[in-house]
Design a protein around this ligand. Structure first.
Ligand SMILES: [Zn+2]
Length: 124
């Protein structure tokens, strides 16, 4: 797994850490309902992102999450807009679609399960 530099991690804001946590949660919900491969926690996470270990998912979803984390750490924008309004479109083709699909599916699932509190934090 790719290692993230201390410098990059020091630049992570609480908002970004929360965004990544939500993405990990949503990916884990999506993975549980779509993938049958064995799920594991994300490993080798830095201390600042240790809370992401609570969301196990399959190997391909872990790869997806690692990519998302890497992109977020390398985002060139100083004042980051909400990613869906971003002009840079850092998620490479394929990943962006997967992000959308995961968000749509897991958003609906969480609403059905009455976990609006989690969505609330994500959307507002
Ligand atoms: Zn998966």
């Amino acid at each position: 797994m790719k290692k993230f530099s201390i410098q990059q991690l020091a630049l992570l804001t609480n908002k970004e850490k929360k965004d990544l946590k939500i993405l990990a949660l949503f990916t884990s919900v999506y993975c549980r309902d779509h993938h049958t491969a064995e799920r594991e926690s994300l490993l080798a996470l830095p201390e600042q992102l240790a809370s992401l270990k609570s969301y196990p998912c399959c190997a391909s979803c872990r790869e997806f999450l690692n990519y998302a984390i890497e992109r977020r750490l390398n985002c060139p924008l100083e004042e980051k807009p909400v990613c869906k309004h971003c002009q840079v479109h850092c998620y490479r083709s394929g990943y962006r679609e997967k992000v959308r699909e995961i968000m749509r599916y897991s958003g609906k699932t969480l609403i059905k399960r009455g976990r609006l509190d989690l969505l609330w934090h994500y959307l507002f």
